[in-house]
Design a protein around this ligand. Sequence first.
Ligand SMILES: [Zn+2]
Length: 149
Amino acid sequence: MLITRFAPSPTGYLHLGHVVNAIYVWGVARAAGGRVLLRIEDHDRIRSRPEYERAILEDLEWLGFVPDQGLHPLMRESDRPQVYEAALERLRATRHVYACDCSRTHIAGEKYDGHCCDRRLKEGRGRGLRVRIDAGAERRGCDRAGQSR
Ligand SMILES: [Zn+2]
């Protein structure tokens, strides 16, 4: 069974982009006889607010977008760090992620070129993690072996 998800961040009110995405997510799920899960992406601890979360849930319900798991208990990213850490560990173990220290300014407006995929940077403060995409999956970047193209 197809399971899709809708994952708004409670850093603001529901906006038109959310609604377009919700139409798509619920539409794909319903067309395939699948389910939609709702997960609140509250990883931004500074900007996430309970009043935004409440408003998003009320607006989704008003629009008729009710997740198949219901709203109680609500699934929040912050409630499941072990799930995400385990998934990240699997990606690290298979070398599907790598550390990157490129600034947003460095890559602004351009597609990331895989600059850091074979630099073997250690993870740490000021560095993000990027997903290593298999060759052929994108035009630029690096392959699983960590080779730049
Ligand atoms: Zn980089």
